[in-house]
Design a binder for this molecule. Structure first.
Ligand SMILES: [Zn+2]
Length: 199
């Protein structure tokens, strides 16, 4: 792939607010900007340059999935993690938290790669990008072992009570990112500073 096409894909998300090992993408993902190019892409196999879809676990920015949604972002999560998230969400809502949604769950490798490229572009530094976005090889989202919880009130509820369900906030700079780290009821370990710290 030429550098100019790669640049075009990144430019499409210049406005993305990259957040987290998590980083939730925006808009339509990488898209071609020329009609002819799009037509050509529709005849070619899925590549990192074809638009991200539900099958990539893509969740448009600002949207959130109901924890019971039947989409790959949830169904491709580790089954125990998903069960724990659903149980915790029910408890949070029973405790008065208005809306518990999954902002991002399982992600395809190319979705993570897209987020990674956008972060490297945004921070102009792989070292800085690594603090906020895991590379496709190192992301717990790609292996189905992490979820990002929203909205804010729900994320804070998870940070306080998630351990009862074995769910722990694993990075100090990402209050929304949870993984099954302990047995339900055990104490969560202290979170790492950020996603650049390999545990
Ligand atoms: Zn995350």
């Amino acid at each position: 792939m030429g550098a100019s096409r790669r640049f075009a894909a990144i430019a499409a998300v210049a406005a993305v607010l990259v957040s987290g090992g998590c980083a939730v993408g925006t808009a339509q993902g990488p898209t071609g900007d020329a009609g002819g190019e799009e037509a050509a892409m529709s005849r070619t196999p899925v590549t990192r340059f074809t638009p991200l879809t539900e099958d990539d676990g893509y969740v448009p920015e600002g949207e959130g999935l109901d924890v019971d949604a039947d989409v790959p972002a949830l169904t491709r999560l580790d089954a125990d993690l998903l069960a724990a998230v659903r149980e915790a969400a029910e408890a949070a809502e029973a405790a008065g938290v208005e809306e518990v949604v999954v902002i991002s769950g399982w992600r395809s490798e190319r979705y993570q790669e897209f987020l990674w490229d956008a972060a490297v572009d945004l921070y102009a530094s792989e070292e800085e990008a690594r603090r906020w976005v895991a590379s496709p090889e190192g992301s717990a989202h790609v292996t189905g072992e992490a979820v990002d919880i929203g909205r804010t009130e729900a994320a804070y509820w998870f940070s306080r009570f998630g351990a009862e369900y074995g769910l722990c906030q694993t990075y100090a700079n990402e209050v929304w990112h949870y993984e099954s780290v302990v047995e339900p009821g055990e104490e969560c370990p202290l979170p790492a500073d950020d996603a650049s710290v390999r545990r």
